[in-house]
Design a protein around this ligand. Structure first.
Ligand code: SAM
Ligand code: SF4
Length: 458
């Protein structure tokens, strides 16, 4: 691919440098503009990342919380990663799965093992999985990945089944993306790691070292028929201000070329990992990390922001208020790690609470844990999703579906205390629906769930 001008490292760096030292008045008016939930121009993002004044930073957080609340309400979508293989031919200097790590006993799960891990996750209450694998063209073939996805979907248990598999695997070809699409995946996620080309090229060797292959992957996924793609940056590799501007530029480019912005944006922050001696060249403090989440929320109001268990429960809880709409929970970033004993993880996690604890903490903060998978199963993907989400119309579906899936969780996995708290939250959520017919229909469906019906959605 030719790198579009707006994504070239020099262009972005110039824009950032020129936007240094914005006046307080300029920043205040950018934050005010962002409250309209229409996103921000790149030039505004370039200025906003320089916000430092505590009063303006407070305003930034309040605006992000308001936009988050208006677009996503009080719901939080939960999922778990499932690592199927840690074989990898790449040398990403920050990752424990990198090829040169001879201390790692590598594994590619058999389909029976994939099924076992899936059963474990279903038994915890999960409905959404993010499938993860290293890059190894001879072992982790697309046919293997497709078989694993099919196996995950095939597992049925009295406590339910996995209803959406998202995928985070190496950049590949349109033909291979088509196979993923045909296997019924939800979102294809790929992190650029860093948009700063010289940094990217210095930290990777192997096929992934090809910056343009990585950058062009979302476009090739679209060519293969996948219309929900997820972007991401591994924060700590380069200046977070540059990366936030680049993420916004990438989103604008996809909107312009594909008519569909990113479905999600992931914000992994570099963690320690066994065998990894690389130290973040641009460590991101907690304060800056929260700031960058708030800026992404304002710049791309319609995109889901995903936070993983790389972060502590405290940071996660604050991030849920100001922008994050999806989170992994109860994760074990180890191949086969849910069912087999201690093995080396890809990186160390910071929130090791099981799903039920994350659900309880969310409910105690008045957040509705959501296991919703309705959109892609109702064909609300790509352009159709954007048509609904940009003007904020997706809201009414999401609230109701969050309530329905949380009601299922409470019936199947909740204890008495959580049920009491959860049902009160659900009552408030449904009670807040203005449309009377919809409110009544939600009530009918909740009653059906209480009688044992499952998988009802709007
Ligand atoms: N192997 C594929 C790839 O690299 O694109 C699939 C994703 S990999 C299993 C998931 C992500 O983990 C990587 O994209 C990278 O951003 C992240 N990661 C790797 N090492 C990490 C570390 N030490 N701390 C935090 N995240 C890390
Ligand atoms: Fe392999 Fe992905 Fe780890 Fe890089 S980040 S070494 S590609 S598993």
């Amino acid at each position: 691919m030719t790198v579009p001008l707006s994504l070239r490292t020099g262009f972005l760096q110039d824009m950032l440098d020129r936007a240094q030292n914005p006046s307080d008045g300029e920043l205040a008016s950018i934050i005010e503009k962002a409250r309209k939930k229409k996103g921000l121009a790149l030039a505004d993002v370039a200025r906003l990342v320089h916000v430092g004044d505590p009063e303006l930073t407070g305003r930034l957080f309040r605006a992000a919380a308001e936009v988050k609340q208006e677009i996503y309400g009080r719901r939080l979508v939960l999922f778990a990663p499932l690592y199927v293989s840690d074989h990898c031919v790449n040398e990403c200097c920050y990752c424990n799965f990198r090829a040169a790590n001879s201390g790692l006993e590598r594994r590619r799960l058999t389909l029976a093992e994939v099924e076992k891990e899936t059963r474990y996750l279903i038994a915890q209450g999960h409905k959404r999985i993010l499938l993860e694998a290293g890059e190894d063209p001879s072992r982790n073939t697309i046919d293997y990945i497709v078989s694993a996805i099919k196996r995950i979907y095939s597992v049925r248990t009295p406590k339910g089944n996995i209803r959406r598999v998202n995928v985070n695997i190496a950049a590949t070809t349109p033909g291979n993306y088509r196979k993923l699409k045909e296997a019924g995946i939800g979102t294809y996620q790929l992190f650029q790691e860093t948009y700063h080309r010289p940094t990217y090229e210095s930290l990777h060797t192997g096929p992934k070292a090809d910056y343009e292959r990585q950058l062009g992957a979302p476009g090739r996924a679209f060519e293969g028929g996948i219309d929900d793609v997820g972007l991401g940056v591994l924060f700590g590799l380069y200046d977070w201000r540059f990366e936030v501007l680049a993420l916004a530029a990438h989103a604008r480019n996809l909107e312009a070329v594909r008519n569909v912005g990113p479905h999600t944006i992931s914000v992994p922050r570099l963690r320690e990992a066994p065998s990894v001696s690389y130290k973040p060249a641009h460590p991101v403090s907690d304060a800056d990390f929260l700031k960058l989440i708030a800026i992404l929320r304002l710049a791309m109001p319609y995109a889901g922001i995903i936070l993983s268990t790389r972060e502590s429960p405290e940071i996660r809880s604050r991030a849920f208020d100001i922008g994050v709409s999806q989170a992994s929970a109860g994760s074990v970033p180890v191949t086969g790690g849910y069912c087999s004993g201690a093995r080396q993880p890809q990186f160390d996690i910071h929130d090791a609470r099981p799903l039920r604890e994350v659900v309880r903490a969310a409910a105690e903060s008045d957040l509705i844990p959501s296991f919703c998978t309705a959109c892609y199963r109702s064909g609300r993907t790509g352009e159709r999703f954007m048509e609904l989400s940009k003007p904020g119309h997706i809201h009414k579906f999401c609230d109701l579906n969050a309530a329905l899936t949380f009601a299922e969780y409470l019936s199947d996995f909740g204890d008495a205390g959580l049920r009491r708290k959860g049902r009160e939250l659900i009552r408030r959520c449904v009670g807040g629906i203005e449309n009377l017919a919809l409110r009544e229909e939600a009530g009918r469906r909740l009653a059906q769930i209480a009688r044992g019906r499952r998988d009802l959605y709007f």
